[in-house]
Write a protein of this length. Structure first.
Lengths: 429, 643
């Protein structure tokens, strides 16, 4: 099998004009030390990820893949402009990209209902993976991703980038080290609603799919459904065949942060109860537009998640018997305020310092170290969301065994941990 | 045109269906409403049924009745979209009683896909049997779907039929059968896969090898001997590197120590993916054998391999590997040196303090960053004492690195040494010492910091000293104020102004009388005192600031006091909303500039009361503030009248 370095050495398609950056100058790593990256999914968050990796001196984006020709073209133009060459390859099918032996790592920014299949395929192909949150559209596919990453010895970083931001780490370190006493409650405030970012929400009646989109493949493992613009780009997340509404869209951020502070990276709730409100404004979007989820843990902590209500301030807040700490992207606050000037002493819990989420992933690809957001942790963080959504959909309270990671005594709920895939799609074994 | 949103809660939905659907379960009427549903129409009939199901899920008798109606509905002439919805709901609630009806629909091209969707989730042997019965007759994608469903269900009776399909030439069938047998993961399934693998052509053989590995993974917890046999057999075959990685992973889980030699050999693989995977697996194997294997490989690996091996050693945190890691610091490759320094942060200790500090001082870029980070991260309890001991003897850059590390680690035993370093001839050392003391200084170091402030050579030095002193006092509970108050009495005016600023940061009640006195002083002192009181962490100075906002000697001081007053007003308090509203109304009366009035408008909604609303409404006719006033009034009204 051709190794990446050999490929770089012998590639016939070396550009006629070699940019200085490609030779390791301009602060960029030399090609042999650069991680070659393929980006699968280049629309919206995918485009953001392409830009982020283009800015990383330790990465070389060598391939893009998208089933929407317009997204692909747009991203390709950006890569060509950044590198001042046309070396980056473009693919419509992810399998072709994964088959390239010269690609070290892939960045997955596909809709949630594709996470499981593409992630497991990438791990089997020996790629290291930066995968968007939530880990998967459903719990079982998240579990499969964890297993595949472990079995094939791959490096995985979930897109829960708040873990790489100093104020979130600081908040979690303070909570972990008892600065607000014994924590009994965590409150997570999330946005609600079903935002219509591109004003396509009212285009929710079936029409023929546009030629630039391979709609049959976009549906992939999801059940057959006619195309309409409101069903696909960006707002797919408001349909439960593809995403999990605002709850699952944010679970990988503020719930992940709450779990990090609580030290729940390797455990989960014992009971989850959810309540939701559904809107009939859309003919396609069926995710709850408002929701409340309460998760109780074996150590007595209660995690409350609220979206669309004014129950809690946006962000993550931990409440202990000696005070509270709140953190969001806009800042960090505490009561008593003195907590924020507290210093983490030697011997106390120190959380990993990340040089930046994308960069930390690249460093781990080279060093084979565990990333700051590995898949097992992402699955644990997403579990209150998966179970909360199942509780909302079934109208039942969910009991969960966090050791075996199984629903206890609720067969209807249990069935919703996984979803049947439309033939011929399936998760590789 | 945007449609009006129709929202309803679960309870509302239940009430709705109760009104419109007579009968014991109400499902008949709801299904009748659903029958003509097409994609692109209102989802209301769908949501009504979902609401009914949510309500009925814990009532088995009612659910059974609903299930029967829904299963019959699927054989009606309802639209495909309506049936699609019912298939989905049945997938969650149906029992084996629905299996015959769904199995009939499995045979039809228009309903086969969704019938399988529903059947796949329904537990019970009746469904297994229905799927097995349909298997020989199904074709194409439908057949693959059934094969995969039988695998997912782990139906033991499907092993025979599935094994027979391993030699199928129909597209995708053999692959699906292999995958299904792997899911079943029983001994008979493994036997069938093994037999097929030995006679299969190359591409299929790899797929069957992977299925065998998956089977072994499933068997391992109860039959490790058989699993190990599979792993070892496949490791001996010429297979893609990732299959060897998977075999090694399985073997390492069952027999960690026994796998170390194989993993050590894999570290020499020319395939970077396999080499990296092996390093990662070794990182997770306890015991000295794995550490020795990694350290030994380090001696001969190329730079990229060394980075991976050092990463694995770092993950293990095994101090026995420290000598090998230190040797790697001599590498010519900066990435190797950086990886070695990072590893030392995990597995090193007090003995490596000097090495790390020297590397931080001499290095640049990633190497320097790694050394600094590791010096900060050393977990050895003796590391802080080692840092404190090394500082006096160190020179220049190395000393600055040690001092920086002491501060960042927050080790209080280094505080005295850092105070001494404040007198170091090197500016960088002094600067780092002052910064570090913010984290490590205790009450014993406060006099030295006061001294530094009062004797500072100029405004810049005084500001730096004041910031550190304030940070230390903010952190200490209670802040030791006596020295600060005594120094104030004896200090010249520029120093007094700095000390007032520090007092403001402490929020100490001991400083309040002195600051109140300052409010009556010359304009510069009064200004400093107002700013200090504005920084208070509780509302104690509110009356002082209110009084000045109304009657300070100059308009500038009045404005400054009003701003401070508003800042403290926004702090958490036990006041009622009405009390806060009254205080804001008074603040608005005193406000002369639009900026302060805007601040009042932004605070009013925090205190939802009729008085707040009235105050906001007084500005509705002010052209400069009308928009903010409307927004504030709207927010207050919403808070007062929750939906």
């Amino acid at each position: 099998m051709l190794s990446r370095r050999r490929f770089l050495k012998t590639a016939a398609a070396f550009p006629a004009v070699v940019p200085a950056s490609a030779l390791g100058r301009n602060g960029r790593a030399a090609p042999s030390n650069r991680v070659t990256v393929g980006c699968i999914g280049t629309g919206w968050q995918g485009e953001n990820n392409v830009k982020s990796f283009l800015e990383e001196p330790g990465a070389q984006v060598v391939a893009l893949c998208d089933i929407d020709a317009r997204h692909l073209e747009n991203a390709l133009t950006q890569v060509h402009a950044r590198y001042q060459n046309k070396d980056c390859a473009a693919y419509r099918n992810f399998e072709e990209l994964l088959a390239r032996p010269d690609i070290d790592a892939v960045v997955l920014s596909v809709p949630d209902h594709w996470h499981g299949i593409v992630s497991v395929a990438a791990a089997r192909a020996g790629k290291d993976i930066y995968g968007e949150k939530p880990l998967a559209q459903n719990w079982a596919e998240g579990r499969a991703i964890c297993d595949a990453v472990r079995r094939y010895g791959r490096v995985w970083q979930t897109g829960s980038w708040q873990r790489s931001v100093a104020q979130f780490r600081m908040a979690c370190e303070l909570v972990r080290n008892g600065r607000i006493g014994k924590v009994h409650t965590a409150e997570v405030g999330l946005p609600g609603g079903l935002p219509d970012w591109d004003n396509l929400g009212n285009q929710d009646r079936p029409v023929p799919p546009p030629r630039h989109l391979d709609y049959e493949r976009w549906l992939g493992p999801a059940p057959e459904a006619p195309y309409c613009p409101a069903r696909v780009h960006k707002t797919w997340r408001w349909n439960l065949d593809y995403g999990g509404g605002m709850l699952m869209d944010w679970v990988g951020h503020h719930v992940d942060t709450a779990h990090w502070g609580l030290g729940f990276d390797e455990t989960g709730p014992v009971e989850v109860e959810g309540q939701g409100e559904f809107s009939l404004a859309s003919r396609v979007w069926n995710a709850p537009e408002k929701f409340r989820v309460t998760a109780r843990y074996a150590n007595g902590v209660t995690l409350k998640i609220s979206g669309g209500y004014e129950d809690f301030r946006r962000g993550a807040k931990w409440i202990g018997d000696e005070g509270w700490i709140w953190v969001d992207r806009s800042g960090i606050e505490a009561e008593p305020r003195r907590v924020l000037t507290s210093v983490i002493r030697p011997g106390e819990v120190r959380l990993e310092v990340s040089p930046g989420h994308h960069r930390q992933f690249l460093e781990c690809v080279l060093s084979r170290r565990r990333t700051i957001a590995p898949p097992e942790v992402a699955l644990r963080s997403a579990t209150p969301g998966y179970l909360g959504l199942i509780s909302i959909l079934t109208g039942t309270r969910i009991r969960w065994d966090p050791v075996r990671q199984q629903i206890v005594g609720n067969t209807a709920a249990e069935r919703l941990l996984a979803r049947p895939m439309r033939s011929p799609w399936s998760l590789p074994v | 045109m945007k449609r009006a949103a129709v929202c309803f809660t679960l309870l509302a939905a239940a009430a709705l269906q109760g009104r419109t659907a007579p009968g014991p379960s109400g499902i008949e009427a709801l299904l009748a409403d659903l029958a003509g549903y097409e994609f692109g129409q209102s989802r209301e009939p769908l949501e009504r049924i979902s609401g009914l199901l949510r309500e009925s899920l814990e009532d088995p008798a009612r659910l059974k009745q609903i299930e029967a109606h829904m299963a019959r509905f699927l054989e009606s002439d309802a639209t495909a979209a309506a049936k699609d919805f019912v298939f989905r709901e049945l997938s969650v609630i149906a029992t084996p009683a629905s299996a015959p009806a769904l199995a009939r629909l499995l045979e039809r091209e228009d309903t086969g896909g969704m019938a399988l969707y529903a059947l796949a989730r329904i537990p019970g042997t009746a469904v297994d049997q229905a799927l097995r019965k349909r298997l020989p007759k199904a074709e194409g994608s439908a057949r693959i779907g059934i094969i995969r469903a039988l695998g997912q269900r782990r139906d033991p009776k499907s092993v025979g039929p599935l094994a027979a399909l391993l030699s199928s030439s129909a597209q995708g069938v053999a692959e699906a059968a292999a995958s299904a047998l792997a899911h079943i993961g029983s001994r008979p399934a493994l036997d069938a896969l093994t037999r097929a693998r030995r006679r299969a052509p190359a591409p299929l053989r790899e797929l069957l090898a992977e299925a065998c590995l998956a089977c072994a993974d499933r068997l391992a917890p109860g039959d490790s001997g058989r699993a190990v046999k599979v792993y070892r057999e496949l490791l001996a075959e010429q297979l893609p590197a990732m299959l060897h990685a998977r075999a090694l992973s399985g073997l390492a889980a069952v027999d960690p120590a026994g796998t170390v030699p194989l993993l050590a050999r894999a570290l020499e693989s020319k395939d970077a993916r396999l080499e990296g995977a092996a390093a990662g697996f070794l990182a997770g194997i306890p015991g000295p054998g794995a550490a020795r294997a990694l350290a030994a490989a380090l001696e001969t690996a190329p730079p990229a391999g060394q980075v991976r091996l050092l990463g694995a050693l770092a993950e293990r945190g095994d101090s026995s590997a420290a000598p090998a890691v230190v040797r790697a610091l001599n590498s010519d490759a900066p990435e190797v040196r950086a990886a070695a320094l990072t590893a030392l942060g995990r597995l090193g200790g007090a003995a490596h303090v000097k090495i790390l500090a020297e590397a931080a001082a001499a290095g640049e870029g990633a190497v320097q960053a790694a050394a600094r980070q590791s010096l900060r991260a050393l977990r050895d309890p003796a590391a802080d004492a080692a840092i404190a001991a090394a500082i006096p003897a160190a020179d220049g850059k190395v000393k600055a690195e040690l001092v920086m590390a002491a501060g960042e680690r927050g080790a209080s035993e280094t505080a005295a040494v850092l105070v001494e370093a404040l007198a170091d001839p090197h500016l960088e050392v002094r600067r780092e010492a002052l910064r570090g003391l913010r984290n490590v200084a205790g009450p014993a170091q406060v006099p030295a910091l006061i001294d530094l402030l009062t004797k500072a050579a100029g405004a810049s030095q005084r500001r730096d000293a004041a910031q550190t002193l304030a940070a230390v006092l903010r952190r200490l509970e209670p802040p030791p104020m006596d020295g600060l108050l005594a120094a104030y009495q004896a200090a010249p005016k520029p120093v007094r102004l700095s000390l007032i600023e520090v007092m403001g940061q402490t929020s100490s009640s001991q400083a309040l009388p002195l600051l109140r006195e300052g409010l009556k002083g010359d304009p510069e002192t009064a200004r400093a005192a107002i700013l200090a009181l504005s920084e208070w962490s509780d509302p104690a100075p509110l009356p002082d600031l209110a009084s000045l906002a109304a009657g300070a000697p100059s308009p500038a001081l009045q404005t400054l006091a009003l701003r401070g007053y508003l800042k403290l007003l926004a702090l958490p308090s036990r006041r009622s909303a009405q009390e806060s509203a009254a205080m804001l109304r008074e603040a608005l009366r005193l406000a002369k500039q639009a900026a302060e009035k805007r601040t009042v408008l932004s605070l009013l909604p925090l205190y939802p009361a009729r008085e707040s609303l009235e105050t906001a409404e007084t500005l509705l006719n002010d052209p400069a503030l009308a928009a903010e006033a409307r927004a504030a009034a709207e927010r207050i009204r919403n808070s007062l009248n929750p939906r």
